[in-house]
Ligand binder design. Structure first.
Ligand code: AMP
Length: 365
């Protein structure tokens, strides 16, 4: 094995890439990491809950561009699911996930064999970490009860607003599992999707406050051709609710357009956004045909500071802002024969979250 002048692995062209190891044990993962560290390889880490789609793939591709080794974790973390949430029914698609990861690795092998300037670096998904809950929570059973016992990481007040106001222990669960995973993986860089923007703000704060020395990279949201942000939970929507759900992003884009057209105040940015969304909700409510309507509730529309997540009255051009929202697609009341109502026959509510970043317009001094 040779090392390039930049210290990166050079893949001997005749040597096939090793199969992607699936590691379930934290000790084994730490050993694997240590070997890579001693050999000088950089590690990028992509935490996921599985049910992988193109959104996850885009994070992994970005990580493969920037690191020699990419670790992907697949773990449905119980402490971030509230008592009435979908932990037991969260989609689990192990075979398809492994197929996608293998395809992403094959893309890298193809790249290594091509004339790409990146070909001299060894780049691969070199571990899939899929721990059990006993591994991740070795002492007490995982609790998502606000007063439950356990070792938790809490990042306040960021975790109490927006999504955190609706799902009180969600970010305690996210921060806790990420801290555990970061300690096991000790990555140089971690990759998160803009789609879950509050999560990215909280992880950045956690990394800074606990001096973890990790680069937090944010990858743009990947969308379907209809504009809906990809999400593992979209399979529950079905065709009718999916079509209506796309209005959240359209409404946020309208707010962004106001900003681009010089609107700066909360009123000028949020009024058209809320107007469009309220009008869509009303149209659905007033539709008399239960086999045709897809009703939803608006949970929040927020215009917030990008670091503190405090609501702003006026966007500071040096800081920009985050325009985000959440709607709750309600269960279908009735269906047409043969209609695709999604996994679960449209019987459960589905939350849709989305955001646009209002970029700073002037550089801060
Ligand atoms: P999850 O498996 O839902 O926990 O997501 C794992 C990571 O993938 C998180 O950082 C998400 O923000 C990211 N992600 C999920 N959906 C998308 C998407 N549509 N575009 C970009 N990133 C995404």
């Amino acid at each position: 094995m040779s090392i390039s002048p930049q210290g990166a692995w050079e893949p001997p062209q005749s040597q096939p890439y090793r199969p992607m190891p699936v590691i379930r044990d934290a000790g084994e993962m730490l050993m694997h990491r240590r070997k890579i560290l001693l050999a000088g390889g950089s590690v990028g880490f992509v935490p996921t809950m599985g049910a992988l789609h193109e959104g996850h793939a885009s994070l992994i591709r970005q990580a493969l561009l920037e690191n020699n080794h990419v670790f992907v974790s697949i773990y449905v973390n119980p402490t971030q699911f509230g008592a009435n949430e979908d932990l037991s029914t969260y989609p689990r698609t192990w075979e398809a996930d492994m197929k996608l990861l293998k395809e992403l690795n094959d893309e890298c092998v193809a790249e290594a064999a091509s004339d790409s300037p990146l070909r001299s670096y060894r780049r691969e998904i070199s571990a899939v970490f899929a721990p059990t809950t006993d591994t991740m929570y070795p002492n007490l059973p995982p609790s998502s009860d606000p007063s439950g016992h356990g070792s938790f990481v809490t990042i306040t007040p960021l975790s109490s607003v927006l999504e955190g106001a609706i799902r009180p222990t969600f970010f305690r669960g996210v921060a806790t599992v990420c801290m555990k995973l970061f300690n096991i993986m000790t990555p140089r860089r971690v990759y998160f999707g803009q789609k879950d923007i509050q999560q990215t703000v909280i992880i950045r704060r956690m990394v800074e406050d606990f001096h973890l020395g990790i680069d937090v990279k944010i990858v743009p949201t990947v969308r379907g051709s209809d504009g809906l942000a990809m999400s593992s939970r979209n399979v529950y929507l079905g065709t009718r609710r999916r079509k209506t759900a796309t209005w959240l992003y359209r409404a946020l884009k309208l707010g962004e357009e106001q900003y681009r057209n010089s609107a700066r105040t909360r009123r000028d940015i949020l009024f058209p956004t809320l107007n469009l969304l309220n009008g869509t909700a009303l149209d659905q409510d007033q539709n008399q045909d239960p086999t045709d309507k897809a009703c939803f509730e608006i949970e929040y529309i927020s215009l917030a500071d990008p670091d503190t997540l405090e609501e702003v009255e006026e966007v500071d051009e040096e800081r920009g802002a985050i325009l985000s929202g959440a709607i709750r697609m309600l269960p279908l009341l009735a269906s047409k024969p043969g209609e695709d109502c999604g996994v679960g026959e449209g019987k459960s509510a589905v939350r849709i979250i989305d955001n646009v970043i209002l970029e700073p317009l002037v550089e801060s001094e």
